[in-house]
Design a protein around this ligand. Structure first.
Ligand code: ADE
Ligand code: ZN
Length: 326
């Protein structure tokens, strides 16, 4: 474990967002798929995003190489190997089944492959099945129905993809069903969308964490509620800069979120696209925002407070954070 980074949980990472350009080419070769770019460098040169949609266009296009259970296993195994090297002790990993079902990849290959990687890893990990909010609610319901035989591997559901114009309330019914199935719930809200989407995610979807939530700061009443109810925010600093929420990391509002006494965590989102894994995000906020050791310890402790863990394991991880750099 890097001494510079506390032991942490990663609560906001899309497994498809860990697909490095080198792996895009390796899987394309293995599956006999022709790619639009002729080299890793050419592909990487297109990773300059204006906003969420311009990123999502590349993110979904690259998924064409993910076809078999083995592909999903290799993808998750590479991410979990990195976690083990970089001090991530627990990961709750998002995946986007609708983006694979629509290409004819069966749910069993997706969850079976990801699950095989989890079984083989020394890092504690679970899966969060995300619904694509820019697809119809019926498509989300169908994805959940298809996942039902495999839910022993899935800790919860989430909501991601293009936010603006797709309020959380569109997915009230499928989240109600997820709760009925005993699943936890999270949702992306307040990344590009307004503070009202954060409120809707809490009130209508019954989520236990908000992914991003950075725009909550525009609404003091909402901030007071997030503090009072100890609602975790899974913030992704490098992602926010790459997608244009802040002009540079030095302008990020992470210090304000901490000063508001919110339960903030630091995460990578889509590390293969945004210039770094979770430890790189910690290093960047230390360097560019001047956060000190005790603030990094607080962020790491928050990640375990916010994780879907049983209490003995949570206490064990929190003791590791407490002992870091003492
Ligand atoms: N899917 C992958 N990354 C995402 C992000 N940052 N916001 C919404 N959907 C996503
Ligand atoms: Zn995300």
């Amino acid at each position: 474990m890097s001494a510079a980074t506390p032991p942490t949980a990663e609560l906001h990472v899309h497994v498809e967002g860990t697909l490095e350009p080198e792996m895009v080419f390796a899987l394309a070769r293995r599956n006999g798929i022709a790619l639009p770019d002729s080299s890793v460098e050419e592909l990487r040169a297109r990773y300059r995003f204006r906003d969420l949609q311009s990123f999502l266009d590349v993110y979904y296009a690259n998924m064409v190489v993910l076809r078999t259970a083995e592909d999903f296993r290799d993808l998750a195994a590479a991410y979990l190997d990195r976690c083990a090297e970089r001090g991530v002790r627990h990961a709750e990993i998002f995946f986007d089944p609708q983006a694979h079902l629509s290409r004819g990849v069966p749910m069993e290959a997706v969850i079976g492959g990801l699950g095989a990687a989890l079984d083989d890893s020394e890092v504690s990990a679970s899966l969060i099945l995300c619904f694509l909010r820019d697809e119809p609610a019926e498509s989300a319901a169908e994805a959940l129905r298809l996942a039902e035989p495999f839910l022993d591997r899935v800790v919860g559901v989430g909501l991601d993809s293009a936010e603006v114009g797709h309020p959380p309330s569109k997915f009230a019914e499928v989240f109600r069903r997820a709760h009925e199935l005993g699943l936890r719930a999270v949702a992306h809200a307040g990344e590009e969308g307004p503070p009202d989407y954060v409120r809707e995610a809490l009130d209508v979807l019954g989520v236990q964490r908000i992914d991003h939530g950075i725009r909550a700061l525009e609404d003091p009443e909402l901030v007071a509620r997030l503090r009072r109810e100890r609602i975790p925010l899974t913030v992704c600093p490098l992602s926010n800069v790459r997608l244009g929420a802040f002009p540079e990391l030095a302008a990020h509002t992470l210090p304000r979120l901490l000063a508001e006494d919110l339960l903030v965590t630091v995460n990578s989102d889509d590390p293969a696209y945004f210039g770094g894994y979770v430890d790189d995000n910690y290093a960047a906020v230390r360097r560019e925002l001047g956060l000190g050791t005790e603030q990094l310890r607080e962020l790491a402790a928050n990640s375990f407070r916010a994780a879907f863990l049983d209490e003995p394991r949570r206490a064990g991880f929190l003791a590791e954070v407490e002992a870091w750099q003492r």
